[in-house]
Design a protein around this ligand. Structure first.
Ligand SMILES: Cc1ncc(C[n+]2csc(CCOP(=O)(O)OP(=O)(O)O)c2C)c(N)n1
Length: 534
């Protein structure tokens, strides 16, 4: 009879999952071995948080849950960041950790944490794998991750339970409390007529595309906004759904660079259409203050829905819209905002030994093909890339924005490259974030996932330093000593380079991409330059 671990592994393999990411402890060795037997690779990483981030991106790019596997106690505790990230960034992630066996004496508290209680509020589903329920519970957890809004599930499996013979029965899994699942839906045809009538009366409509859209609808969305020549803005998590080099693209909303300008554009619109817009991405309160015509096909993070809003199927709605002619002509009502946005990047300053951020964007975007997947970490550089990286294709831009957690960019790049081995991957990270997980460069080399990392070096947590200045506080403790980026890269077996010359940056990146090699480039930047862009 197969063991509980074997049934668990089989359920994962049967779901088409070929890799799980993690960091071991003795308590999960049997499950790792069963996964190996079932043909599921274990991607050994150097921190559980990094493994969880990589898994979530890997899963979302493959249209299935990512799976992260950790030991009990400290390993499980390190799951807080990726589970939070999966929750707030709508990413399907199944975390499995060990736990102290239920049959241990009550006095046994070594490495015992209230894991289920801790992670329940974040997860769509939490349960304990037992010999009676293994297959069923794993299938249920994977399904729950893919229920929209996508999010995490968490299971525990004790080392003792793992080696028991599975009872083989399909014990019915208790209905999980479904958090705020919206049930009311609208007829897409009627919704299309209502929206068309609103647009007919609008002179400055602006379509806001957010995290709640499915990338499978990208072509429909593109056709709609292109055929009707509708002004469109996106949130960072929806970058690439429309071609950001097209004439009707107004910009990236939700707290990136030039956010003052974007907020002015929002206020200047007389009809904001929120297509899959989730306020989880918005660091200000305009989503509650400006009237928005919401078009959501699933509840937002946390099961939240704006008052009175019913769900509508996006594909059918968009099909109904593109079947009609545009009800009006909107001759570039946001042109002034678009021009100002574009000019910001070119309004450069010269400072010796550093690269103007606009030059970096131009150099990198000229060096890599449009299908390149870009990941960013969190900090000033995220605001820069979030607003100005010219995304052209869906699913090519990844950042932590709902959670906005540092140490995302490099781990996300590992997951992205494993999911899309034929596509170049570029991680843009700050020197602060880089020092949190640079060691995963070795992982990337070991598992055959080469990508380019650009480290924006300013010797500080610059976003926070700027905030300190903005609040007129004394300059205090925001700078750190320099860690040599090139040596860090080389220590992980990756070629490193340091340059402030945009041409040198572009040609080095181009060569690395062509040769499918990893490269780390340290680029000195002047944090004061960001002031002009934010
Ligand atoms: C895990 C985590 N810790 C702290 C923060 C707060 N925080 C946001 S941006 C930032 C600075 C990041 O510095 P760096 O990686 O060097 O990027 P830069 O701002 O310099 O571009 C900090 C500390 C965070 N978002 N996530």
């Amino acid at each position: 009879m197969p063991t509980t671990a074997a049934v668990t592994a089989k359920a994962i393999a049967d779901a088409g999952i070929d890799r799980v990411f993690g960091l071991p402890g003795g308590e999960i060795l049997v499950l790792i071995d069963e996964l190996r037997r079932a043909g599921v690779d274990f991607v050994l990483m150097r921190h559980e948080a990094n493994a969880g981030i990589a898994a979530a991106v890997y899963g979302k790019l493959r249209g299935q849950p990512g799976v992260v596997l950790t030991t009990l106690g400290p390993g499980a505790a390190n799951l807080m960041l990726p589970l939070s990230s999966a929750y707030l960034d709508q990413e399907p992630l199944l975390a499995i950790s060990a736990q102290i066996p239920a049959e241990f004496p009550d006095s046994h508290t070594h490495q015992l944490l209230p894991l289920r209680e801790t992670y329940s509020p974040l997860c769509q589903y939490v349960d304990t794998i037992t010999r009676q329920n293994a297959g069923e519970v794993v299938r249920r957890a994977l399904d729950e991750c893919m229920r929209r809004p996508f999010g995490p599930a968490y299971l525990t499996l004790s080392a003792r339970e793992a080696v028991k013979d599975a009872a083989g029965s399909n014990v019915a899994v208790a209905e999980a409390a479904l958090k705020g699942r919206a049930t009311s839906t609208e007829d897409p045809g009627r919704k299309a007529i209502e929206l068309t009538a609103l647009l007919a009366r609008a002179t400055r409509p602006l379509v806001l595309i957010g995290l709640g859209i499915q990338s499978s609808n990208a072509q429909r969305i593109r056709r709609w906004v292109t055929d009707w020549n509708l002004p469109v803005a996106v949130t960072p998590k929806a970058k690439g759904i429309v071609d950001e080099t097209s004439g009707n693209f107004v910009g990236v909303i939700s707290g990136m660079a030039a956010d003052g300008l974007m907020c002015e554009a929002l206020a200047a619109s007389d009809l904001l259409v929120g297509l899959g817009l989730d306020p989880v991405e918005v660091d200000k309160t305009w989503h509650a203050e400006l009237p928005i015509h919401w078009l959501l096909e699933s509840a937002n993070v946390g099961g939240r829905l704006p008052a009175g809003v019913a769900l509508v199927d996006h594909a059918r709605l968009l099909d109904a819209l593109v079947a009609e002619q545009a009800p009006a002509v909107w001759p570039a009502p946001f042109q002034a905002f678009q021009d100002k946005r574009r000019s910001l990047l070119n309004d450069r300053t010269e400072s010796a030994g550093t690269m103007w951020p606009g030059d970096m964007i131009h150099a990198l975007s000229s060096a890599v093909p449009t299908e390149t997947i870009v990941t960013t970490d969190v900090g000033s550089h995220k605001y820069l890339f979030g607003q100005f990286w010219p995304s052209r294709q869906p699913e090519t831009f990844w950042m932590s924005n709902g959670l906005s957690g540092m140490a995302y960019g490099l781990s996300a790049a590992v997951g992205a490259k494993l999911a899309r081995p034929d596509v170049p991957v570029l991680a843009a990270v700050g020197d602060g974030g880089f020092s949190m997980n640079a060691q995963e460069l070795e992982t990337a080399e070991r598992v055959g996932a080469p990508f380019v990392t650009v480290v924006l070096e300013d010797g500080s947590y610059s976003l926070i330093k700027l905030a300190q200045e903005g609040r007129k506080l004394e300059r205090y403790r925001m700078d750190f000593g320099r860690i040599d980026t090139v040596k860090m890269a080389e220590a992980c077996g990756v070629q490193g380079l340091r340059t402030s010359n945009p041409d040198e940056l572009a040609s080095a990146v181009k060569v690395a991409v062509e040769r499918r090699r990893s490269l780390v480039v340290g680029v000195p930047v002047n944090y004061e330059d960001y002031r002009r862009l934010f």
